[in-house]
Structure formats: structure tokens, C-alpha cells
Design a protein. Structure first.
Length: 280
């Protein structure tokens, strides 16, 4: 039982233990029969005793594997802890570098820059924020401890605060299902570009503007949808600047396993999908 519990392999150890047990029973039965009969032929007794000793030695050797597996298990746990520590430190350094870059951009924005240059720096600042927020979660909670709902909510709220003048209602309906790290980063970039374009170009003449960010899981795929009730995809004056964000979304959606849909007929809907995390 110790070997099975430590190694995690049930059937192989069960078969080995059963074989050794049957060998032991066979040798013991042979010796009992010789004792009952009172006949101890030298040519039979010696091989039986040797076979019994071999069986006992094999059984003893297997029992000694238990402590060895425990040592191996502790070594692997220590290696995992060291790798997690190094990974956390890596995310911490990246986070610090991104914070420095973000601070430099903010200093430049607060200088004499104005007009298009200031707007461009603000968009770059928001793109950096999506990376910074992800690494902040990774450093704080670990690679598998990131909340998809919290990440999307915090990122959407930061973009809303940067662009909204109090007119736009932002609604979030996000589940807390598991998302792989790479896909989580892609979702952050796509959300940033879609929301930025919506705030900048969608609501020129719209009464009661609103944006809805939602997700769902269907048929093994995870869908992230950003919808607004603005003027639609063909927005006058947005063909040059907003096309970069669209190209970025399309580039990410061209990754393996990803799909992309945009509908500008009634407001704008941007929807991407990717393989959902399967609970094992």
C-alpha cells in the first residue's frame, strides 16, 4: 500500500505483489507437505528453501522501495517549489520593468505633449497595463491561481476610467472559469483594443451608450464577447486608427485554436473564441 500510495501506480504494484505472494504461498505449501509426510528428500528440500529465501528477499526489497519513493517524492516537490519561486520572481521582474515603462510614458504624457501624440501615448499606456495586470496576478497568485473574472473586470474598469466621461454604461457578465495563461493574455489584449475603439469611435450621436462584456462556454469552446450600441463598425474617421486595433485582434484570432467574428450591423459586436479548459 505504501508503494501504491507513494508512486501513484496501482495495477503494476498490485500484480507484482500478487505474484510474490503466490510464490511465497507455493513454497510454504511445499514445505508443509514435506513436514507432514516426514520425508525430506535432499534434492527437493534444498531448492525449495532457496526459492523461499529468494521470495523473502524480493518481498523485503519491495518494502524498502517505500522510503526510496518518499525521498524521490520530496525531491520532486522541492524542485516544483523552486521552479514556482523562479517563475514568480520572473513575473515580479517583468512587472517591475513594465511599471517603469508605464511611469516613463505617464511622465511624457504629463509634459507638453498634446493632441494626437498624447492620445497615442495613452493607448500605449493601456496596452502596457493589460500586460502589467496579468503579471501582477501571476506574481501574487501563481500561474494557476488567476481569476479570469477579476482580470477582465479590473482591465475593463481601468479602460472605462481612462476614456469614459460619465456617459457610457459598462456592464460585465463574466464567469470565473479556468483560462490558460496564454489565452488569458490574448483576451486582455483583445478586450483592450475592442473597448478602446468603442469609447473612441462608437458613441458620437448615441443616446444612452452602453457596452456589454460577457463570456460563455459552449461545446468545449470559451467565447468572449464585447458589444456596444453605437454607430456600427463602419465609423466615419476611424478607418486609419481603429484599423490597427482590428488588425491586432485579427492577428491574435489567427492563432491556433482561435476564431474571430465581428458584426457592425447594429452597433458593434466583437467575439472571439478559443478552446476551453477541460476539468480533469
Amino acid at each position: 500500500m505504501v508503494l501504491i500510495k507513494t508512486s501513484g501506480f496501482f495495477k503494476p504494484w498490485l500484480l507484482i505483489a500478487s505474484a510474490i505472494a503466490l510464490m511465497s504461498v507455493r513454497r510454504i505449501v511445499s514445505l508443509i507437505q514435506m513436514l507432514k509426510s516426514g520425508v525430506f528428500p535432499p534434492e527437493a528440500l534444498e531448492p525449495e528453501l532457496i526459492a523461499l529465501i529468494i521470495t523473502v528477499l524480493m518481498l523485503s526489497g519491495l518494502l524498502l522501495f517505500g522510503p526510496a519513493f518518499e525521498i524521490i517524492k520530496r525531491q520532486r516537490e522541492q524542485e516544483v517549489q523552486e521552479k514556482n519561486y523562479l517563475l514568480r520572481e520572473s513575473h515580479h521582474r517583468i512587472k517591475n520593468d513594465l511599471q517603469i515603462l508605464k511611469s516613463l510614458i505617464n511622465l511624457q504624457m504629463n509634459s507638453s505633449l498634446s493632441g494626437d501624440s498624447a492620445k497615442l501615448l495613452r493607448e500605449i499606456d493601456l496596452r502596457i497595463s493589460s500586460f502589467l495586470l496579468l503579471h501582477e496576478y501571476m506574481y501574487r497568485d501563481g500561474v494557476f491561481g488567476i481569476s479570469f473574472r477579476d482580470y477582465i473586470r479590473r482591465l475593463a474598469d481601468s479602460i472605462h476610467a481612462a476614456f469614459d466621461d460619465g456617459r457610457v454604461a459598462l456592464s460585465l457578465n463574466i464567469s470565473d472559469t479556468g483560462v490558460e495563461r496564454k489565452n488569458l493574455l490574448y483576451c486582455g489584449i483583445i478586450l483592450n483594443e475592442a473597448l478602446t475603439n468603442a469609447y473612441k469611435y462608437a458613441f458620437g450621436q448615441t443616446e444612452s451608450p452602453r457596452i456589454i462584456v460577457s463570456d460563455r462556454v459552449e461545446n468545449g469552446r470559451h467565447y468572449l464577447t464585447i458589444t456596444d450600441n453605437g454607430c456600427g463598425f463602419e465609423t466615419p474617421g476611424a478607418s486609419s486608427e481603429s484599423s490597427y486595433g482590428l488588425s491586432l485582434i485579427q492577428g491574435i484570432a489567427g492563432s491556433e485554436g482561435w476564431d474571430f467574428r465581428i458584426d457592425g450591423s447594429d452597433g458593434t459586436t466583437v467575439e472571439v473564441s478559443f478552446p476551453a479548459v477541460v476539468d480533469v
